[in-house]
Ligand binder design. Structure first.
Ligand code: ADP
Ligand code: ADP
Length: 226
């Protein structure tokens, strides 16, 4: 379980300081799919960054099962992310001079994982291992970044607007892959999105406003799917 307790985070100082998180408490069960909704500037990305150990909170704690990552030193925190956490952003951040296989291998190497080739198959890119990013469509590039993140075998996959740069149909396809792989492999998913329709894929939907959680409810599709 991920247990976020009373987390606060502000940027800048003095008069220009802005409070991005104003006291967030949230429990996320292992193996569940959580979607975070809310208007631009409400603190969604900051919550993702703090929960995943990319940034530190000003106060409060973030526990992964028994470990409080807000107490870890820089090296330990980096190690924690390498071993436990995968990221997918709106931008794909693929290395342009590496082919699909090498881009995905990079993720695998971070976690010392030798078994990454079947992940390329699983996201539907079998046969495209030798292609370079600029030879792929946007949807394919995002699937490479999904494969790269999953090649680490992460316990938690964090996604920040993963379909923001894709058209609706392609975005849906990428999400279907993530949804299917999550059911198969059982990792935890936490996804920030502006797209209310994606919420129907989630176990839990969280709505943020002005640095606070203002609503939390069960998603729809999962209930009917089981
Ligand atoms: P989104 O709304 O899609 O989450 P933003 O455009 O708000 O993305 O932010 C993109 C990146 O810029 C994030 O990493 C965020 O932390 C950072 N960011 C957002 N607002 C500011 C700001 N005022 N100053 C510096 N960085 C910012
Ligand atoms: P969202 O993801 O919901 O768009 P963010 O978490 O990006 O919201 O931003 C929350 C608030 O924190 C906004 O006011 C934003 O401008 C500010 N902010 C985010 N990142 C930074 C940053 N790196 N530097 C300064 N301000 C930031």
């Amino acid at each position: 379980m991920i247990e976020i307790s009373e987390v606060k985070k502000s940027y800048g100082n003095g008069e220009s300081s802005s409070m991005a998180l104003r006291g967030i408490s949230l429990k996320i069960e292992n193996g569940t799919f959580t979607v975070i909704l809310g208007p631009s500037g409400s603190g969604k990305s900051t919550l993702l960054n703090v929960a995943s150990g990319l940034e530190r909170p000003d106060s409060g704690s973030i526990r992964y099962d028994e470990m409080d990552i807000s107490n870890l030193g820089d090296k330990q925190l980096t190690q924690f992310r390498k071993e436990n956490v995968g990221f997918i952003f709106q931008q794909y951040y693929l290395l342009p001079n590496l082919n699909v296989d090498r881009n995905v291998k990079m993720g695998a190497d971070l976690a010392g994982n030798k078994e990454y080739r079947q992940i390329i198959e699983a996201v539907g890119l079998g046969g495209k291992e030798e292609k370079y990013p600029d030879e792929l469509s946007g949807g394919e590039q995002q699937r490479v970044s999904v494969a790269r993140a999953l090649a680490k075998n992460p316990k938690v996959l964090y996604l920040d607007e993963p379909t923001g740069a894709l058209d609706e149909e392609t975005g849906r396809l990428v999400l279907d892959y993530i949804d299917r792989l999550q059911r198969q492999l059982g990792f935890t998913v936490v996804m920030v999105t502006h797209n209310v329709n994606i919420a129907e894929m989630a176990d839990t939907v969280i709505r943020m406003n002005s640095g606070k959680i203002v609503e939390r409810y069960a998603g729809q599709a999962r209930k009917t799917a089981y």
